[in-house]
Ligand binder design. Structure first.
Ligand SMILES: Cc1cc2nc3c(=O)[nH]c(=O)nc-3n(C[C@H](O)[C@H](O)[C@H](O)COP(=O)(O)O)c2cc1C
Length: 183
């Protein structure tokens, strides 16, 4: 028997009582892998069935079957990867019927609000049950030449301004997982 409470589907399990039977898909975009690592970490903390899909490389099956949809990507020069942006606009009608959570990986957490507005449609931002900044990492060894040079420049400016280097914020991954889990 299924019962819906606060948008969660709860299924009765004879041996253990009531268990959460929600289905979650995490759709992410990444350039150098930081967001993939965060998406995997998030998946490991979410209860129920979780699918993790890279929108840049993986085929995307229908999202209609999922209760929760988590969308996240990384920011380059203030913008999200185009593939995830396009996915959001093309699927906006289905997305607006779901429980939505959003996250970004970014080096400048002080620009998080602005980056969110550049990244996601207003309707999704209003609908989201969670919007989290997971911080960022600069994987210099994997970068193309232009990104390496820009990273060098950004790192020097940050050091001059005595700003800490980009780092991950695992506490915000845990926070988003808890919201999805309804804890
Ligand atoms: C060339 C370049 C430009 C970047 N531009 C921004 C930016 O505008 N704002 C920001 O917050 N982070 C910026 N970042 C930091 C990335 O968002 C961060 O490193 C992120 O963790 C990358 O994730 P990914 O490996 O999944 O692509 C930039 C990084 C690089 C290399």
């Amino acid at each position: 028997m299924d019962v819906t409470v606060n948008n969660y589907k709860i299924t009765q399990n004879n041996e253990k009582g009531w268990v959460n039977a929600m289905k979650t898909i995490i759709l992410f975009s990444t350039t150098y892998g930081c967001t993939k690592a965060c998406a995997d970490k998030l998946a490991s903390q979410i209860n129920g069935e979780v699918s993790v899909v890279n929108v840049m490389t993986d085929p995307i099956a229908s999202i209609a079957a999922f209760d929760n949809i988590v969308l996240g990507g990384s920011i380059y020069m203030g913008q999200l990867q185009k593939k995830l942006k396009t996915f959001c606009t093309e699927n906006i009608n289905v997305l607006l019927k779901k429980r939505i959570a959003l996250f970004l990986c970014c080096g400048l957490s002080e620009n998080f609000e602005q980056s969110m507005h550049n990244a996601f449609p207003e309707q999704l931002l209003n609908r989201a049950v969670a919007k989290e900044c997971f911080g960022g990492e600069l994987h210099t060894s994997k970068m193309n030449l232009v990104h390496k040079m820009l990273t060098g420049m950004m790192t020097k400016v940050a050091a001059k301004e005595k700003k800490p280097p980009a780092s991950l914020q695992p506490e915000n991954i845990a926070k988003l997982a808890k919201i999805i889990n309804g804890e």
